[in-house]
Design a protein around this ligand. Structure first.
Ligand SMILES: *Cc1c(COP(=O)(O)O)cnc(C)c1O
Length: 344
C-alpha cells in the first residue's frame, strides 16, 4: 500500500540504537529532581487525564509570568511544533528555518506537504537575522522556526532581533526555547508572545527539568492562536502521570535553577579543555557544545563507552556533546585528550 507521496519521500528522524555507559548524545539532563521515590500517590488510572491541565497550567503560568489561559501543553514540545504546522501551513506553503537547526522542523514540514527552505548559518554558525529577513522577503514563508539557543550549535539570537523580525513579517514566527534555561543571559520572548499577532514561543520539560521520559512541553501565544491550537489538539494528549510529574518538577523550580547554573560552569570547563586541545569549538548557550574534529571520532569514543552526537552530510566531522555530570565530563575530556595525543 503506497502512502501519500510526501510521506513515501519522508526521511524520518532516526533514534540512534547504540548504547554507551556515558550517554552524552541527546542533551538529556540528570535525574536530579526525582532521584528518590515520590510519596505514595494513587493515580486515577481508570479515568481520562485532565484535558484542561488546570493544575499544571497554573503552576507554569506563575513561574513564566503569563496567564494559565495563555498556555497550551503538549506530549513533548514536539507535539506542539507539529500541531502548529498542522494548523497553519497549507500544502506547498513555505517554512523557513536556519540550517543547521532542530531536525524535526523539516520532518514536520515534509509530513504536511510544506516546502522547507533552509537559511544558511554564518561560518561560525551564528544566525544572521538580516539574512533571514531577506529570505523572508524572497520566499514569503507562512511559518518561520527560530531555535534559540539553537540546537545543535548553541548560538543564541538577541531578543531585539527576534522582536524586530516578528514585527517585520506576516509569517507566523515560532520561537523554540528548549534550551533557554541554560543560557547565560535570558533572552526569552515568552512573556512577549501575547502582544503579537504572529508569535508562538515553545518550551520543554525534557532538557532543564530532566523529564524527557514524561514527554511534556508547553507553548504560549495570543488568544486567537491559542483558540486555534486548542481546537486542533487531540483531547487528553498529556497523560495523568506526566501531568503529575511536571507539576512536581515545577514545584522544585529552585532545584532546576541550581542544576542549570551548575551545567553552565561545567560547560565552561569542557569548552576550555577542548580549546586547550586545539579543537575548533563554537560558543554555546545550551547544555551541549558543538565542535569540529576528525571523522572517526564518534566510533573511537564509542569504543571508550562514550556516546556523543555525530552529524552527516555537509556537517560530517561536526559533533555535539551534552554537558553531563563531573564524572562523565571528565571521562569525555580524558578520552579527547588521549585521542589528540595519539594523532600528534
Ligand atoms: C529536545 C528539543 C525539543 C523537544 O523536545 P520534547 O522532548 O519533544 O519536548 C524541541 N526543540 C528542540 C530544539 C530540542 O532540542
Amino acid at each position: 500500500m503506497k502512502a501519500k507521496s510526501n510521506i513515501e519521500a519522508l526521511i524520518s528522524y532516526k533514534v540512534n540504537p547504540a548504547h554507551a555507559t556515558i550517554k552524552l548524545d541527546a542533551n538529556e539532563a540528570k535525574n536530579y529532581i526525582f532521584d528518590k521515590p515520590l510519596k505514595n500517590t494513587i493515580f486515577s488510572m481508570h479515568l481520562y487525564p485532565d484535558n484542561d491541565m488546570t493544575e499544571l497550567k497554573e503552576i507554569i503560568a506563575i513561574k513564566m509570568g503569563v496567564k494559565p489561559s495563555d498556555l497550551i501543553i503538549g506530549n513533548g514540545s514536539s507535539e506542539l511544533l507539529e500541531l502548529i504546522v498542522k494548523s497553519y501551513v497549507d500544502k506547498d506553503e513555505v517554512i523557513l528555518s536556519f540550517e543547521p537547526s532542530f531536525s524535526m522542523y523539516k520532518v514536520y514540514a515534509q509530513i504536511h506537504g510544506a516546502t522547507y527552505i533552509e537559511v544558511p548559518s554564518e561560518k561560525d554558525f551564528s544566525l544572521n537575522m538580516a539574512l533571514m529577513k531577506s529570505y523572508t522577503k524572497k520566499y514569503n514563508p507562512k511559518l518561520v522556526f527560530l531555535c534559540t539557543p539553537n540546537n545543535p550549535t548553541g548560538y543564541q539570537i538577541p531578543k531585539d532581533e527576534i522582536i524586530d523580525f516578528v514585527t517585520s513579517t506576516n509569517a507566523l514566527v515560532v520561537v523554540d526555547e528548549a534550551y533557554m534555561e541554560f543560557a547565560e543571559k535570558d533572552t526569552s520572548v515568552f512573556k512577549e508572545a501575547i502582544n503579537y499577532p504572529n508569535l508562538i514561543v515553545a518550551r520543554t520539560f525534557s532538557k532543564a527539568f530532566g523529564l524527557a521520559a514524561a514527554r511534556i512541553g508547553y507553548a504560549t501565544a495570543n488568544e486567537s492562536i491559542m483558540r486555534i491550537l486548542n481546537s486542533v489538539k487531540p483531547p487528553y494528549n498529556v497523560n495523568t502521570l506526566s501531568q503529575y510529574y511536571a507539576v512536581e518538577a515545577m514545584k522544585r523550580y529552585d532545584l532546576m535553577q541550581v542544576f542549570t547554573s551548575e551545567i553552565k560552569s561545567k560547560r565552561t570547563i569542557v569548552m576550555n579543555h577542548l580549546k586547550r586541545l586545539g579543537i575548533t569549538v563554537y560558543e554555546s548557550e545550551g547544555n551541549f557544545i558543538f565542535f569540529k574534529e576528525r571523522v572517526d571520532l564518534y566510533q573511537t569514543l564509542l569504543e571508550n563507552d562514550i556516546m556523543i552526537r555525530a552529524f552527516s552530510g555537509s556537517l560530517t566531522g561536526y559533533y555535539r556533546v551534552t554537558i553531563g555530570d563531573d564524572f562523565e565530563n571528565q571521562a569525555f575530556m580524558n578520552a579527547m585528550e588521549a585521542i589528540k595525543n595519539e594523532t600528534r
